[in-house]
Design a protein around this ligand. Structure first.
Ligand code: KIV
Length: 262
């Protein structure tokens, strides 16, 4: 597979095709993901839950994100490596610039930030300095306490319009990618058609440009995987086979099914 860039993802979208993304936290799995030709590898702060056994992503530190990013990047040749900026590491523009630099120097090719309009100046400042940004809207797990739990977002018309407006603002500020998590499938579709940048969904229906899953959820390792995930080990003979099947199903549109959506 040739190296995946922002332009690769944009041209997949323009051509009406789909791409796959998945989380990774270490070198060994990153190698399998790259071999499966999965287009985007996300070093998610979900490592707080998955690797550390924490109830939320809030305890994850910048040093931990940098450590896992370095290890993942060593296993990747082609996939685009995106790293999460952890809780409060981008609360102000100067913090965001300093901390994004740490992740980029650890091997990230893009950083992901959770939040809406309040990030406009931050997204502009990062992208103007050559740091690509993936925005993250819908369910933003770092705000779990403010959201009163891990709940589907954008359910009523006003809330959906607010997310759509914020997505447009972040695109205009320079974001190159958007992750949208746990929103009605209709909103996932609206976002993908309203934005020029590729939209990656997780629990956002089948009409987004890409799909992302948490690796351990789709390998059936997580105790109670969310309803938007699928256990790909059930019909697979190996982890490599599961990853290959996941990508094939995303590209063909076989995943996700309506039962995986809201
Ligand atoms: O941290 C993470 O793994 C994520 C995905 C669930 C999108 O942000």
């Amino acid at each position: 597979m040739s190296t995946i860039s922002i332009d690769t993802l944009k041209s997949i979208k323009v051509n009406g095709k789909k791409f796959a993304a998945i989380t990774a936290y270490d070198y060994s799995f990153a190698k399998l993901i790259d071999k499966a030709e999965i287009e985007v590898t996300l070093v998610g702060d979900s490592l707080g839950n998955i690797i550390q056994g924490q109830p939320t992503t809030i305890p994850v530190t910048l040093d931990e994100m940098a450590y896992h990013t370095t290890n993942v990047k060593r296993g990747i040749e082609s996939s685009l490596v995106v790293s999460d900026m952890p809780f409060m590491s981008y609360a102000t523009v100067p913090q965001a610039l300093d901390n994004a630099a740490v992740l980029m120097q650890a091997g990230a090719q893009m950083v992901k930030l959770e939040g809406g309009e309040w990030l406009t100046e931050t997204v502009f400042a990062l992208t103007e300095r050559g740091i690509p940004v993936c925005a993250h809207l819908g369910l933003t797990p770092q705000s779990v306490h403010k959201l009163s739990g891990f709940k589907v977002q954008g359910k009523d018309a006003n809330a959906a319009e607010k997310i759509a407006a914020e997505a447009k603002i972040l695109e205009q500020a320079g974001a190159d990618l958007l992750v949208v998590e746990c929103v009605p499938s209709s909103l996932g579709k609206t976002l993908a058609s309203a934005l020029d940048i590729p939209v990656i969904g997780i629990g956002a229906g089948s009409d987004t440009d890409g799909q992302v899953l948490v690796l351990q959820d789709m390998l059936g390792i997580t105790d109670s995987a969310p309803k938007f995930s699928k256990n790909y080990m059930v019909n697979s003979s190996s982890i490599q086979d599961a990853l290959d099947t996941y990508r094939a199903e995303v590209l063909s549109g076989a995943f996700p099914q309506p039962k995986h959506g809201f």
